[in-house]
Design a protein around this ligand. Structure first.
Ligand SMILES: C[S@@+](CC[C@H](N)C(=O)[O-])C[C@H]1O[C@@H](n2cnc3c(N)ncnc32)[C@H](O)[C@@H]1O
Length: 243
């Protein structure tokens, strides 16, 4: 993998640090709604038995593992991430379950190490906030998906409803960093934000649903649509690569 620096280096250190407690924190922070969101997202990929798929920024592999069950033994799923510690957990899960149709590799979402038009579907869960160049990642995902295949992203979003939004802001910007302080003692990473302060910080400059839809369209994807989940605290975006 190429040398990474700046925000990328910090983000990688964040995930290398929180990897052992990542799955538990994810479930707690989403109040148990995460598996339902992942199921919805995977339905939207249109993935079927025998397909080859890619999960970009796969982390501890939860989504990739679920996708590998949809493609079955005839298909294959690749999971890519730049954090060694997140990948280590993903590989350990697969080893314990004895799955053979899934492979995790270390790599950069900004320069996917795959040929054009390779996958039936390409997914990304909760990672767009973390990358340095969102349009580049979406265009890389669009490049490696086959014509007719789908690019599907799940990300945190801010609810439109004012009351929901107020509750979300208090929860995400005040309580999540507090939860992080209990879990990882709020240790600074690279002299910057502690991990669970970074999480809400990363949403401050993140595009809203309409802006992200426009980024999908500029990447050449068609029929772009989005679906709010959990009252709008998460959103799934979908785009289709033209035939
Ligand atoms: C919030 S986690 C999401 C993990 C997983 N997709 C999920 O749904 O739980 C974000 C992941 O993106 C990875 N990541 C961030 N920027 C990346 C990049 N440029 N290339 C590869 N992985 C990246 C991090 O290492 C981390 O594992």
């Amino acid at each position: 993998m190429t040398q990474i620096e700046g925000k990328d280096k910090y983000v990688r250190n964040v995930f290398n640090t929180i990897a052992p407690k990542y799955d538990l924190m994810n479930l707690l922070m989403t109040w148990g709604m995460l598996p339902g969101w992942q199921k919805f997202m995977l339905q939207k990929t249109g993935v079927k038995s025998g397909d080859m798929c890619l999960d970009v920024c796969c982390g501890t592999g939860e989504l990739a593992i679920k996708m590998s069950k949809l493609v079955g033994p005839e298909g294959k799923v690749w999971g890519l991430d730049f954090s060694e510690n997140m990948l280590k957990i993903a590989r350990e899960k697969v080893r314990k379950q004895g799955q053979e149709n899934i492979q995790f590799i270390q790599g950069d979402a900004l320069a996917l190490p795959f040929k054009d038009n390779t996958f039936a579907a390409v997914t990304n869960g909760f990672a767009l906030r973390n990358v340095t160049d969102i349009p580049k990642v979406i265009s890389e995902m669009a490049r490696v998906v086959k014509p007719g295949g789908r690019v599907v992203c799940l990300e945190v979003s801010r609810p439109k409803n004012m009351i929901f939004r107020l509750g979300f802001n208090i929860y995400f910007f005040k309580l999540v960093p507090l939860l992080g302080r209990i879990v990882d003692r709020g240790k600074a990473i690279d002299d910057k934000y502690p991990a669970y302060t970074w999480l809400p910080e990363s949403l401050k400059t993140f595009p809203d649903q309409q802006e992200l839809k426009a980024i999908f369209e500029r990447a050449g994807l068609k029929d772009v649509a989005y679906f709010g989940l959990g009252g709008g605290v998460a959103t799934v975006h979908i785009g289709v690569k033209p035939e």
